[in-house]
Design a protein around this ligand. Structure first.
Ligand SMILES: Nc1ncnc2c1ncn2[C@@H]1O[C@H](COP(=O)(O)OP(=O)(O)OP(=O)(O)O)[C@@H](O)[C@H]1O
Length: 678
């Protein structure tokens, strides 16, 4: 990956030695193996401790701390913090904590840290930022700003801080006040600029909004740490404008206070994308440090996850097989699973389907019936209160299913999740790694199952080639009895749920077709077959707006007729023949001249980019929401609601859509994007 090559001036620590054998793991008490090779007292010759000596230009041993107590011994971190960590049962440091805490404390440059999911990246920044809060002299000021992509993750980070703060002496705990800036939070809960909290955890959209106020930006005039958690998500195109405006305000605030000391910037993620590299170079300069806890030859996905791929004949069989699998697994007492679905309405529909299953006479075991009440959902369209309730309940159960959209893909830490189930591709391949990372956390093992229709096979091929994903098993749904219950035909949901889901799913498939070069007509056919089963009508047709048919699928009247109820007077795009491949340049021309129209398309044909952005200002996490491609009215209705705005990942969709569509048209073939982006 170019990222690694371009950072040879920075600190590159590879992880071979950190991946302690299972024998060594057993020797260590506690959740995580402690690397004995790295020691602050050890020799300073790094060659034996680093797998790729060529890339190391900075001695590393002196910058690795072996355990919690040695943090205290060397007076690196306040003894009170270390004692509190131990009382909070964080008795040992995980490898990413061992490797990144000293660089964070000492580095003058920016720092990028990559470590696998569930390996303790949060505490790696909690420790030094708490230390800064405690050591600060003078009137209260915000010393650390943590930015996370979702509200749920922001709240979880606050909880992780509190786990440690609760054991601090009261006088010090007072200095570690934590504020939160995010959508869905009442005004009362916002930090008071007259008495700024030492640490602020924020989501980008709401922070960008609030920091425009001089009183809010003034809180950051003595900032010491700016941390981006899930940095590659935060720095992708979807959040870029917000992040740029936050950066400007932070820098202005410091200047205003004539504060010459720059704040430190730390970026954490389990996956690294090009945007992160560009950002790091532009913000920190070419010599920023890269603490890499993933060997360059190994996949970013955690090795404790047993990954399976299930191929189905079509979308209908994917949903059926997944539901059937879940219903069977419900019999297992400790089964705790997260099921990821594309689109908010998809999440709602599948959630209701599973709940109905547990009431159905087909499944009469006591465990299965009980499971109905433990089937939860999490998506960006729910109210904050409902979201919090789902997170709380899923956290406390040892047996249950959480049906979620991408909003739960990153950072969320639920203990003892045994299974992650994904139906259909993710539009961003890095999300696959994060989603499966909701299991096998903190040294545990877990299983991830991906259900794909054969048509979606290009996605799994990309995962294997670009993300080095290693599926332990590739199964054919038809050959596995566990996947064979015909749930979609048995359990029926109200028409409106099905309609909404089918519309959104169609939009999602359109996007996947563009990104992974999946045949879009076959894709429509699959969606139609699914829809017909759900509504129990072999003649049923899908509904779509003219804009959708014409601009997204580019269907002529004849092509659209078998699948859709056509809008009256629909004539299709103006071209001679859709199938004439030689006309690609003509199509490209039309696409280019029509570029502004993409924004309209993706927002459901509703308004220009600017007005869309304005409406979308409150975004805390624009989860991919394909639900509104062709529903102007419902968009209007829901855009008045904070939670809906908070659920749209509009810019990223736009980017993916544009990239994919350009690719379909044969132009701009991924020149400026590595495979990682796909
Ligand atoms: N030193 C430690 N000792 C014991 N448990 C720890 C330690 N550090 C972290 N943990 C626990 O490990 C779990 C995973 O940590 P965390 O959520 O920080 O992972 P992460 O690397 O940020 O994962 P992701 O990439 O998914 O965001 C949490 O429950 C956390 O409390």
């Amino acid at each position: 990956m170019s990222f690694i090559k371009r950072n040879i001036l920075g600190l590159v620590i590879r992880s071979k030695n950190e991946l302690v054998s299972s024998k060594a793991f057993k020797r260590n008490i506690g959740l995580f193996p402690i690397s004995r090779t790295y020691s602050t007292e050890g020799s300073s010759t790094e060659a034996s401790t680093v797998s790729d000596a060529e890339t190391v230009t900075t001695p590393v041993n002196s910058r690795i701390v072996s355990d919690m107590k040695s943090l205290k011994k060397n007076n690196l971190i306040s003894a009170d913090i270390v004692d509190s960590m131990i009382k909070a049962k964080f008795e040992h440091l995980t490898p990413v904590q061992q490797k990144s805490i000293i660089p964070i404390l000492e580095s003058e440059k920016g720092l990028v840290v990559r470590a696998k999911t569930g390996t303790g990246k949060t505490l790696a920044f909690v420790i030094p930022t708490l230390d800064a809060a405690i050591k600060r002299q003078g009137p209260p000021k915000t010393t650390s700003l943590i930015v996370a992509p979702t509200r749920d993750l922001a709240q979880q980070i606050v909880m992780e801080y509190k786990k440690v703060i609760q054991f601090l002496p009261r006088s010090l705990a007072k200095k570690c006040d934590i504020g939160i800036i995010m959508g869905g939070n009442s005004t009362k809960k916002r930090p008071d600029p007259r008495n700024p909290p030492a640490i602020i955890v924020a989501t980008p959209g709401r922070l960008a909004d609030q920091i425009r106020s001089p009183s809010v930006s003034h809180m950051f005039s003595e900032l010491e740490y700016r941390v981006y958690d899930e940095a590659d998500r935060i720095l992708d195109e979807g959040f870029r404008d917000e992040i740029d405006s936050i950066n400007d305000r932070l820098i202005q605030a410091r200047r205003h206070n004539k504060n010459e000391k720059p704040f430190k910037s730390v970026c954490y993620s389990a996956t690294i994308a090009n945007e992160l590299e560009d950002f790091a170079v532009s913000e920190f300069g070419a010599e920023y440090e890269f603490v890499d806890c993933v060997d360059k030859n190994e996949p970013e996905a955690h090795e404790n996850i047993h990954q399976e791929l299930v191929y189905t004949n079509d979308a209908q069989q994917s949903f059926n097989a997944a539901a059937s699998y879940i219903v069977n697994e419900m019999e297992r007492k400790n089964f705790k699973a997260i099921v990821f679905l594309p689109t908010v309405t998809g999440c709602d529909w599948f959630f209701k389907l599973l709940r109905e299953c547990s009431h159905s006479e087909l499944y009469d075991s006591r465990l299965t019936k009980k499971f109905g009440s433990r089937t939860l959902r999490l998506n960006g369209k729910m109210t904050q209160v409902a979201r919090d309730r789902s997170v709380r309940e899923f956290r406390s159960t040892s047996h249950g299913v959480l049906v979620a959209t991408d909003v739960a893909a990153r950072g969320m830490d639920f203990s003892d999740v045994t299974d992650v189930i994904q139906i259909a591709p993710s539009t961003d391949m890095a999300d696959y790694v994060h989603k499966i990372g909701r299991t096998a956390r903190a040294g545990r093992k877990g299983k991830a199952t991906l259900f794909l229709s054969k048509l979606e096979a290009p996605y799994s091929k990309k995962l294997i080639s670009s993300k080095k994903i290693n599926f332990a098993n590739k199964l054919n749904a038809e050959e596995v009895p566990e996947f064979s219950k015909d749930i979609l035909s048995t359990v029926k949901l109200p028409m409106e749920d099905v309609e909404e889901f089918a519309n959104a799913y169609l939009s999602f498939r359109a996007q996947c077709s563009a990104i992974y070069k999946i045949d879009k007509y076959a894709s429509i056919k699959e969606t139609l077959a699914l829809y017909r089963t759900l509504v129990d009508d072999p003649e049923a047709k899908l509904s779509a707006s003219e804009n959708f048919l014409k601009n997204i699928f580019q269907l002529s009247r004849d092509e659209a007729e078998p699948f859709f109820h056509l809008p009256s007077g629909y004539r299709g795009p103006q071209r001679k023949s859709f199938n004439n491949q030689n006309k690609s340049s003509a199509r490209r021309g039309r696409f280019d001249s029509n570029r502004g129209g993409n924004y309209q398309r993706l927002s459901g044909g509703y308004g220009s980019r600017d007005s869309y952005k304005k409406r979308n200002n409150d975004d805390e996490y624009r989860t991919r929401n394909y639900d509104d491609f062709n529903q102007r009215d419902s968009f209007k209705r829901r855009s008045n609601n904070d939670d809906f705005r908070g659920s749209n990942k509009y810019n990223s969709d736009r980017k993916n859509y544009n990239k994919g569509t350009r690719d379909n048209f044969g132009s701009r073939r991924r020149n400026d994007h590595s495979d990682e982006d796909w």
